[in-house]
Design a protein around this ligand. Structure first.
Ligand SMILES: *Cc1c(COP(=O)(O)O)cnc(C)c1O
Length: 351
């Protein structure tokens, strides 16, 4: 564990311009949590870890990239940053912009952003604009705006976002002493899978840490990389990966192929079931975050991955608190009792 800013700690591996001025909220350094009971449930005899990225300052891995993008933008004198977002990028951009004293504008698809993410963006003081369209429409608009005005784009099209996000791969290698055999993660706009692959390759060149097979997992209603074509109306409960035209799609496919892995899709039911399973292990993640492990479980069940004796790392990208509605909606209202000891005893002790 290190208290240095992430960008400092791994600076020799990060391609950031010399004008970069570090803006940090002590991101990164997230735990790699062993999951022995879950491994057993999935067939046993392998090491399973969850990299819990929901414990970053704004509750998702986006903070790793955002510290880099905002640090670069500040250093070159930007005053305003903008992004399109399914929610977590918005909250992260808003927080780091606030920290740096910049103005943040975030575009979100109408009605499709989880409550905890929207609240974050508002709390950190961003100007939040809803678009009567999808994430892909919002991304198209912010790219155009940045071509016309001196506004810094902090979506993962911004190369510094990917630089910052590589640090998660370095942390995994540092924690395990080498790369895992498989890395499983959700894929939306595909910046993160691209970053991990860049990071693992770079670390391997210097430290001989080896390379994982990469399993990228999309939601079946938003699976352009599995279908081989864009999806005009992506639909999934996993709003963070509800993306029909991934900006880094080509790179994601290449990462999967070069690593000897693949990109697959899982249903919303599989995602929600894995979200529940993880919560029963004490790790509550938002739905998209459960997709990587849901994909791994389905590959193992189908015999397409033989995990015996292997080390598996699943990336849980965001915290469950970001999207409480999904749990609240499906639960019965909590029991309501009178203030009475006997009634309470009965409620607790009757089987
Ligand atoms: C952004 C995000 C993703 C998808 O990451 P990409 O880089 O867009 O593929 C997955 N899960 C969560 C929680 C996210 O915020």
């Amino acid at each position: 564990m290190s208290t240095q800013p992430l960008l400092h700690r791994y600076r020799s591996f990060l391609d950031l311009p010399s004008h970069t001025q570090i803006v940090t909220l002590s991101e990164g350094n997230t735990p790699l949590i062993p999951m022995p009971r879950l491994a057993e449930q999935l067939g046993g005899k392998f090491e399973l870890y969850v990299k819990y990225e929901g414990l970053n300052p704004t509750g998702s891995f986006k903070d790793r990239g955002m510290t880099a993008a905002i640090s670069e933008a500040v250093g070159r004198g930007a005053k305003t940053v903008i992004c399109a977002s399914t929610g977590n990028t918005a909250a992260s951009a808003a927080a780091y912009a606030a920290r740096a004293g910049l103005r943040a504008v975030v575009l979100i698809p109408q009605g499709k952003v989880a409550a905890g993410k929207l609240a974050g963006a508002v709390a950190y003081g961003a100007q939040v604009i809803q678009i009567e369209g999808s994430f892909d429409d919002a991304l198209h608009l912010v790219v155009e705006i940045c071509q016309r005005h001196p506004i810094a784009l902090v979506n993962s099209l911004n190369p510094y976002r990917l630089e910052g996000q590589k640090t998660a791969a370095f942390e995994i290698c540092d924690a395990l002493g080498e790369a895992p055999d498989w890395l499983c993660l959700p894929v939306g706009n595909a910046g993160n899978i691209t970053s991990y692959w860049m990071g693992f390759r770079q670390y391997d060149q210097v430290n001989q840490s080896g390379l994982p097979h990469v399993l990228g997992v999309q939601a079946s209603g938003a699976a352009p990389l599995v279908l081989g074509h864009a999806v005009d109306h992506p639909e999934t409960v996993a709003t963070a990966i509800r993306i029909g035209r991934p900006a880094r799609g080509e790179q994601a496919l290449q990462a999967a192929e070069e690593s000897g892995g693949r990109i697959i899709a899982v249903s919303d039911e599989q995602i929600l079931a894995m979200q529940k399973t993880l919560a029963c292990e004490g790790v509550w993640v938002e739905p998209a975050s459960a997709a990587g492990l849901a994909g791994f479980a389905s590959e193992v069940a189908a015999g397409r991955i033989q995990p015996k004796g292997k080390r598996i790392v699943a990336i849980c990208t965001g915290h469950g608190l970001k999207d409480p509605d999904i749990v609240v909606k499906s639960m019965p209202a909590p029991q309501l009792l009178a203030v009475d000891l006997a009634t309470l005893e009965e409620a607790i002790l009757t089987p």
